[in-house]
Write a protein that binds this ligand. Structure first.
Ligand code: SF4
Ligand code: SF4
Length: 456
């Protein structure tokens, strides 16, 4: 019988401390401080960041975005993609190893696992042993903590879409709506399943980024590398032994680099697509090198060229900042700048004009030719505003309906606008005109084009 799929082997990553591990934890704290903290931040009379899908308004500090501002979301996606290209070209899977939610939550869940069940060897022993009261208690405690974090994560996620204070009151009063319950449980379950059970399988089999990363790597990309020349031939030896006399390299074959690896690979076999570039193996190998009295850096962030040509760190860095990286950085900087300028210059209100489809044109009292338009004015500020509507484009053209409208803060309104032209003011046919809407407060104005129809 030939099995087409390898059975999944559970990975028990050993905990590790060191320079890169500290950076990873700093990223965990920073990202989670933002994720869990942001919905609780107040901004004036409302939540600072709230994506109110029902009202179709996105509040981000003092910005109020409408569905019509979709272009900014596109800009954000372009910035994210360029950022990913840049960081991958510089240092491989930096995102995966330090800031990806899968890594961050796996790190938190592993920490809770260590807290309740101990480190790698204790966990392996316990899993292989029969069930006892102690095992049951520890596993129950772990599951309880995991579920608590997962549910809190789901609750926080929904708190970005429903005001979190309202959501908390609803949770306490058991009055959550069906959709809120669904999303809290769905997001919580995804966190629990991905960080508690699937772990490295998400990175290895589900994440598309792992698949196309190699297209963005080159020989000057910083990746976690094992220095084969220095490490081989590997072999165990006593601390006092002279490796040269034993014809051994610096690798003591302790396998700690494999034990700490969250994806269970052996970095000594070279760069593999499963490597998320977390640097755990570099940290643990440095502690082994320290114990043996050897120089650090047998496993380190380096480039293929630097290893083969024995470059110094300064030479490596110079090659890392190559034209491709500078071009990515330049484009990224330009897009970020363009987005900031466009947000800064964004008008405080928006206008859409539609012709009334019911009547093309008619003769109004006094023999004037009348067209009816529908104007949607969206007030993107957080104070109510009064707007003046004017129209231009033909001699004698004027707004015949109420030329001023009041719109409450962050609201939008459709208004019917009657526009009249003196009889014989223009030849029969359609004529381009434009509406100008001016905010009384501040004087900002928006102009929109339309056409005025003169019947035969
Ligand atoms: S941790 Fe370092 S010394 Fe130990 S096996 Fe890995 S590369 Fe060799
Ligand atoms: S090989 Fe090293 S850097 Fe790559 S995932 Fe494993 S521990 Fe992290």
């Amino acid at each position: 019988m030939v099995a087409l799929y390898e059975a999944h082997k559970k990975i028990y990553p050993r905990s590790v401390t060191g320079f890169f591990s500290r950076w990873r934890w700093a990223c965990v704290f920073l990202t989670q401080l933002v994720f869990y903290g942001l919905p609780w931040l107040e901004w004036g009379q409302r939540q600072a960041v709230l994506f109110d899908l029902g009202a179709r308004r996105f509040f981000i500090f003092n910005l109020v975005l409408y569905p019509q501002d979709f272009v900014y979301l596109t800009g954000l996606l372009v910035i994210s993609a360029l950022g990913l290209f840049l960081f991958t070209a510089v240092a491989g899977r930096l995102w995966c190893g330090y800031a990806c939610p899968q890594t961050v939550y796996t790190e938190i869940f592993l920490w809770l696992e260590k807290l309740t069940e101990g480190d790698r060897s204790a966990r392996m022993r316990r899993d292989a042993a029969p069930w006892t009261a102690d095992k049951l208690l520890r596993k129950t405690a772990k599951q309880g903590l995991w579920m608590g974090v997962a549910l809190w994560t789901g609750f926080t996620f929904v708190g970005y879409f429903t005001p979190i204070h309202t959501l908390s009151s609803e949770v306490l009063a058991w009055t959550l709506g069906p959709w809120e319950i669904f999303w809290v449980l769905f997001y919580g379950f995804a966190t629990y399943g991905n960080a508690g059970f699937l772990r490295e399988q998400v990175c290895k089999y589900m994440c598309p980024y792992a698949r196309f990363q190699s297209a963005m790597f080159d020989k000057d990309t910083l990746v976690v590398t094992y220095d084969q020349e220095r490490g081989e031939p590997r072999g165990a030896r006593s601390k006092k032994a002279d490796p040269a006399a034993l014809n051994l390299g610096a690798c003591v074959d302790c396998s700690l680099c494999v034990q700490v690896c969250p994806t269970g690979i052996d970095i000594r076999k070279g760069l593999q697509y499963e490597c998320i570039g977390c640097g755990a193996c570099a940290d643990v190998c440095d502690t082994v090198m320290d114990k043996m009295g050897y120089a650090r850096g047998l496993v380190k962030y380096s480039t293929q060229n630097a290893v083969s040509q024995h470059w110094t760190p300064a030479q490596t860095l110079r090659h890392v900042l190559r034209p491709r990286v500078l071009v990515y950085a330049g484009i990224l900087g330009a897009v970020v700048l363009a987005m900031l300028v466009s947000l800064y210059l964004r008008p405080a209100f928006k206008v859409d004009v539609e012709r009334d489809r019911g009547a093309l044109a008619r003769i109004a009292s006094g023999g004037r030719i009348e067209n009816v338009f529908r104007l949607q004015v969206m007030n993107a500020t957080e104070t109510s505003q009064r707007f003046q509507i004017a129209v231009e484009g033909l001699p004698g053209l004027a707004v015949a309906s109420e030329p001023a409208i009041d719109i409450d803060a962050t609201q939008s309104r459709w208004v019917a606008v009657r526009v009249q032209l003196p009889y014989e003011g223009a030849a029969a046919g359609s004529h381009p005109i434009h509406f100008t809407v001016t905010a009384e407060q501040g004087g900002a104005r928006v102009t929109e084009k339309s056409v005025f129809i003169v019947p035969r």
